[in-house]
Design a protein around this ligand. Structure first.
Ligand code: HAM
Length: 424
């Protein structure tokens, strides 16, 4: 006899199964809705792209590209990578389809789906993660930065999330970033850093400020910060973004030490942080990426967007004791007693579903006790109990599963009675 083996999902890759999956869907749908309310159109892109797109778009010196990509050769030996994030792919598609030339600017898109990072799995950190993202491309207006941020804020709040904060800073632009980079490098080269860290300082000095080792943190505590070295234009841009956020009543804290994990950011950069999640506290993040389109071979247009972590938002809502969504899979549960009754109830269920009522039935010829237990467990508000004798009398038992009382109603009227009762 061959030994049967059991399979499990790959390490760090979550399954979304009922009843918890309803929370996941509710969060994803609400975050998408917040974006569509502001005119963002759906974009669906491949989950794998040419490896070079991410290497060039996200940045070779980032952990995402250098350590975390799921890269594979296809049968022709061409290198592809499971998308670690959404922005580079959106830019590729916008350039490829000429959306920046044919459509009105800004091009506003929203996407949702899985992304892949080969990280060490832990609570809230997965190898397949789910994001809802938006990108607004082609207009550099501080009001657009504030709109993008406000969409995320509104999405979280509509879901009921409360204990989160928005951290924001400016990473400057080409008028001040190069000078600041030199200043920071000068500072870092004067520190007793190990060779590897010095090498990082020469490639991307900002990344050294993100070093988690306490000794490096202590050494860089007095490092110059971009926010103190912004050019007049970058400073005005940032102040205007904050002004719009103030006008909207979106609260924020300026965090000048924020370092994002992706290299394309310029000017406005932000993160949404939730303290109930332990180490993986970032529930969403984004910013402006004014050089990305040109870097990927398109025209030099600006862009701003965010990626919100659906998994972590679900966890944050749970941590606050406010799970999203309605896990009840049906509103009405049918209990047939007898063969003719079963067929009649089967047809009635289809009719009720067609009118928008969620209906399930007891299958498999269970006795009344088992079927009533199934009705109770289903989470439905009402049970419909139909025996062959009721059928002959053209009536049906309508049981309020919350209150426990049951009454006979006419089979011809039951759909209307249910619709009314459920609307209450
Ligand atoms: P990101 O900050 O790398 O940005 O990811 C956005 C969000 O995805 C994070 O805040 C977090 O909630 C979630 N996330 C990231 N990695 C994991 C993981 N391993 N497990 C669970 N959740 C995770 C981006 O991806 C940018 N593309 C966002 C953006 C769009 N910037 C401009 N436009």
């Amino acid at each position: 006899m061959t030994k049967t083996s059991r399979f499990s999902a790959p390490k760090g890759v979550p399954d979304y199964v009922p009843p918890g999956s309803s929370e996941f869907v509710a969060v994803r749908e609400e975050l998408i809705r917040a974006a569509t309310l502001a005119g963002y159109g759906h974009i669906e892109l491949p989950i794998f792209e040419e490896t070079a797109l991410f290497a060039r778009g996200v940045g070779e010196s980032t952990d995402v590209v250098s350590k975390e990509m799921w890269t594979f050769a296809d049968r022709n030996g061409q290198s592809f990578t499971l998308r670690p994030e959404g922005t580079a792919g959106v830019m590729r598609a916008v350039i490829q389809h000429g959306l920046d030339k044919s459509a009105q600017l800004p091009v506003k898109v929203v996407y949702a789906g899985p992304f892949f990072r080969y990280e060490n799995p832990q609570a809230g950190r997965y190898r397949q993660l789910q994001q809802v993202g938006v990108e607004a491309i082609g207009v550099d207006d501080p009001a657009l930065d504030a709109e993008v941020i406000a969409i995320a804020d509104a999405g979280y709040r509509t879901l009921g999330l409360k204990d989160f904060r928005l951290e924001i800073t400016s990473l400057g632009d080409e008028t001040c970033r190069p000078q600041y980079r030199e200043l920071l490098q000068e500072f870092l080269y004067g520190l007793p850093l190990d060779e590897e860290t010095k090498r990082r300082a020469s490639i991307n000095p900002l990344r050294v400020l993100d070093d988690k080792r306490p000794e490096v943190k202590a050494l860089t505590a007095a490092a110059p910060l971009m926010i103190d070295h912004l050019s007049e234009s970058a400073k005005t841009h940032f102040e205007q973004v904050l002004g719009y956020l103030d006008a909207l009543g979106v609260p924020y804290v300026v965090n000048p030490r924020m370092v994002r994990g992706l290299d394309y950011y310029t000017k406005t950069t932000f993160e949404f942080v939730h303290d109930g999640l332990g180490a993986q506290s970032g529930i969403g993040g984004g910013g402006r990426y004014d050089g990305l389109m040109a870097e990927l071979g398109g025209q030099p247009l600006s862009g701003i967007g965010f990626g919100l972590g659906v998994d972590r938002t679900v966890l944050a809502l749970r941590a606050e004791g406010r799970p999203a969504g309605d896990p009840a899979s049906c509103e009405v549960f049918g209990v047939p007693l007898g063969d003719a009754a079963k067929q009649a109830l089967f047809v009635l269920a289809a009719r009720l579903r067609a009118s928008g009522i969620r209906v399930d039935l007891a299958y498999g010829g269970r006795g009344i006790k088992g079927a009533m237990k199934a009705a109770d467990r289903s989470g439905a508000k009402f049970a419909l109990v139909l025996g062959d004798r009721d059928l002959a009398e053209n009536t049906i038992g309508l049981k309020d599963l919350g209150a426990g009382d049951q009454r006979q109603v006419s089979l011809d009227e039951v759909a209307g009675i249910l619709a009314e009762a459920l609307a209450r």
